[in-house]
Write a protein that binds this ligand. Structure first.
Ligand SMILES: [Zn+2]
Length: 230
């Protein structure tokens, strides 16, 4: 495997030729804006360069797309109130790994839409685990037991509780610091006792969530942008 380079429309582009026992030549662009050329054994570099030049427009267009997508630019992922630098890496399987202050998305397809889909899937899986876990802990601690807890994609609210004692919580709670998540869960759990926003309701909330003031402040500052995460 040799890395060579070629200049297309004043842009220097690295390409790697991989010889394979196959009939056709194919070109792939990776997240680092390099070309991978898969070619039948015996095809000359001259021939490959000619082929790359003939596909110049397509290559430049797709490399610019990677640039626009800011694939590995300073893009962050918010998770449990912390900011993680998003890293996208080519891999043979799809897997998301949290390591220190990085969230590494290993994927077989570095296309931005596919990466977004993987992140969303990862968020939802974690939302289910983390939020339900917290609800269990808090509801048994305070003996406020819902009949059902559902994680939902709510566009304008964090949670709700109905007269059947079912609690619905927004999956975006997993983006918040844990104490804010707790505050919202406690709010809904308190509705199991008081189906309103009366003074007795609020005094129960404040008793069970003593740092409510900080949580309210956090929500005032960040709530709107969290709701916009899709
Ligand atoms: Zn309420």
């Amino acid at each position: 495997m040799v890395t060579k380079s070629i200049t297309l429309k004043d842009v220097k582009i690295n390409y790697i030729v991989i010889y394979k026992n196959k009939k056709n030549i194919s070109i792939k662009i990776n997240g680092n804006k390099e070309l991978y050329v898969y070619a039948p054994i015996g095809i000359s570099y001259d021939y490959i360069e000619e082929l790359i030049k003939s596909k110049e427009n397509w290559i430049i267009k797709n490399i610019n797309k990677i640039h626009e997508n800011n694939l590995n630019d300073e893009t962050y992922i918010i998770y449990r109130g912390k900011k993680f630098l998003k890293i996208v890496e080519e891999s043979i399987i799809d897997k998301i790994v949290v390591k220190d202050d990085l969230i590494i998305i290993r994927t077989k397809n570095t296309d931005l839409h596919y990466v977004d889909y993987l992140i969303k899937k990862w968020y939802l899986e974690n939302a289910n685990n983390v939020i339900l876990n917290r609800v269990n802990t808090l509801s048994s601690k305070y003996n406020l037991l819902p009949s059902k807890v559902l994680i939902r994609n709510q566009k304008s609210r964090w949670g709700s509780c109905n007269s059947r004692k079912e609690i619905r919580l927004n999956w975006r709670l997993v983006l918040m610091p844990d104490y804010v998540m707790d505050y919202i869960i406690i709010h809904e759990l308190c509705h199991l006792k008081h189906m309103n926003h009366s003074n007795s309701f609020w005094s129960l909330v404040y008793k069970l969530a003593p740092d409510f003031q900080v949580s309210k402040e956090w929500l005032k500052e960040n709530g709107l942008s969290i709701l916009q995460v899709n």
